[in-house]
Ligand binder design. Structure first.
Ligand SMILES: [Cu+2]
Length: 70
């Protein structure tokens, strides 16, 4: 199982975090959403998602997201 970090711009509150979590949970390749933090501007997920799909899905709900390799 891989852990993937997603840098996300535009989250400002708990509602944003909930929206992002919901969007990520239904995305192919994501097994589990570990955390979503507006404060850190980041989500951490388990799985192997397609970075382009992640960016596209987040953009659809109003955020800018980028999978970061570390
Ligand atoms: Cu918000």
């Amino acid at each position: 199982m891989e852990t993937v970090r997603i840098h996300i711009e535009g989250m400002s509150c708990g509602h944003c975090e909930a929206s992002v979590r919901e969007a990520l949970e239904t995305l192919p390749g994501i097994e589990r959403v570990v955390s979503v933090s507006a404060e850190r501007g980041e989500a951490v997920v388990d799985g192997r998602p397609d970075p382009a799909l992640v960016a596209q899905r987040l953009e659809e709900i109003g955020f800018t997201g980028m999978v970061t390799d570390d």
